[in-house]
Design a protein around this ligand. Structure first.
Ligand SMILES: [Zn+2]
Length: 455
């Protein structure tokens, strides 16, 4: 029997971009959209066209260049916004207008200053107008989780009758608990006429650290679209993290028997590209794509890993595209190895660009022997931005790549050291780069005690 398909809706370029310090220019957004396309997301929310000319242009350019996924443009529930979104989406192969309107009493009263009746009418009208332009219309009742459930059902029923094809239930302020969120989806499925004709979607924020848990609770109650962002960026504490949602469903297929189209081996590259563009680093212990996500530092863990990776590893670094750290780039590395590492870091180059990257790489490698990812990203940025380089790994802006980000994740470092015959000393990732730590692999005394703190 076919497993139900979960649509992955990425809003890194819209909600993600709204987070402090994460704004991107049009060129950067197009680059990231191309990476999202390689990753296999089903929907890219490319921006909020009426918000600024830059947003409009980004939606327009992404519509013209990224042809496989659905491209969504956000609009408030009014004619001007919907028209502007539609204008930006003109060139899209698969356009979607995403209309939103707050429905909670607190938002109606203090933000919009309208009654529930006015809200209902405005939602209905805006969706009907969007539908007259575009077959694919999504509606989001903003602050749905703090909206009176009976009124929420009324609004959802009205927008479905007006032509919405996806109904998104946002936990806008990150207030919901997983069982509560699941119950809300269940209520909608029980009470709303026509709900079976549309796709129900989640959009959860992480203010209490529950965005992913809430999204998955929704999936178990019949949600078939999940809205999320790379690295979990987004307003305040962020959105549900795409990589966590995808890998949770992949690793625990026994609990989540659903399909999605994400090519998980591109997750790390997408994460790195976003961090590089926004210069907002990923926290080291971030699940799935953090620098330490696959690093095993405790001696007993390393011992177990060497005997059988399954002792401590529930997924392989390769499955999410974390590069094999045994591959150290130096001046004897060939163009192929360099191209491969660039690709793993989210950059695919034409031949001539690669020539230039390679030329600068050789100059740099000659000076610093081991070229780390941070150096390479600096160098790539200079080539992409067309800056002249002095080959020092320091960009023309003078900003040195922070050492914490430059350090490679070292998932297999211990294994590599052991395999090379140097079983007593392994390189492990330290907080400020790398540190050399003695690990007594051959010492089996006291192993029992080690298990006590190894949990
Ligand atoms: Zn949001």
């Amino acid at each position: 029997m076919d497993r139900p398909r979960i649509t992955i809706f990425d809003t890194t370029l819209r909600d993600g971009e709204q987070s402090p310090g994460c704004s991107m220019n049009v060129q950067e957004k197009v680059r990231l959209a191309q990476q999202l396309n390689r990753l296999g997301v089903d929907v890219i929310e490319a921006g909020f066209p009426i918000a600024s000319d830059g947003d409009f242009e980004a939606v327009q350019r992404i519509s013209a260049t990224v042809r496989r996924p659905i491209i969504a443009g956000l609009a408030r529930a009014c004619k001007g916004d919907v028209d502007r979104a539609w204008q930006a989406l003109q060139g899209a192969a698969h356009p979607r207008i995403h209309v939103f309107l707050a429905t909670s009493d607190i938002h109606l009263q203090y933000k919009l200053r309208i009654t529930r009746e006015q809200c209902l009418e405005q939602a209905r009208e805006a969706v009907a107008h969007a539908k007259s332009l575009c077959a694919d219309v999504e509606f989001s009742p903003e602050d749905a989780t703090r909206t009176d459930a009976g009124f929420l059902c009324q609004v959802v029923e009205a927008v479905i009758a007006a032509g919405a094809t996806t109904v998104n239930i946002p936990d806008t302020v990150g207030y919901s608990m997983p069982e509560e969120y699941g119950q809300l989806i269940r209520t909608l499925r029980e009470k709303v006429a026509g709900i079976e004709k549309v796709t129900i979607s989640t959009h959860c924020h992480n203010d209490l650290g529950l965005a992913v848990a809430n999204s998955l609770a929704g999936v178990q109650e019949g949600v078939r679209q999940v809205e999320c962002t790379i690295n979990g960026i987004g307003e305040r504490a962020g959105n549900a993290s795409l990589e966590e949602i995808v890998m949770a469903m992949r690793v625990r297929r026994d609990r989540y028997p659903y399909e999605n189209a994400i090519a998980s081996e591109h997750l790390f590259a997408a994460s790195q590209m976003l961090a590089e563009i926004t210069r907002v680093p990923v926290q080291p212990n971030k699940a799935i794509i953090g620098r330490n996500a696959f690093a095993h530092e405790a001696g007993i863990h390393q011992d177990g890993m060497l005997k059988n990776p399954l002792t401590y590893e529930i997924m392989t670094p390769q499955s999410v595209g974390v590069p094999d750290s045994r591959l150290v780039l130096g001046k004897h590395s060939g163009r192929h190895a360099l191209a491969l590492r660039c690709e793993q870091l989210g950059h695919q180059f034409e031949r001539r660009e690669l020539d230039e990257v390679y030329r600068r790489f050789v100059v740099l490698a000659d000076r610093i022997k081991k070229v780390q990812d941070g150096h390479l990203l600096e160098l790539i940025r200079d080539v992409v931005e067309g800056n002249t380089s002095n080959g020092s790994g320091v960009s023309s802006t003078g900003k040195k790549f922070p050492p914490a980000t430059a350090a490679l994740p070292l998932p297999r470092a211990a294994a590599a050291a052991a395999n090379s015959g140097d079983a007593h000393i392994a390189q492990v990732a330290g907080s400020a780069g790398q540190a050399t730590v003695k690990i007594p692999f051959s010492d089996h005394h006291g192993e029992q005690e080690d298990y006590l703190w190894g949990v």
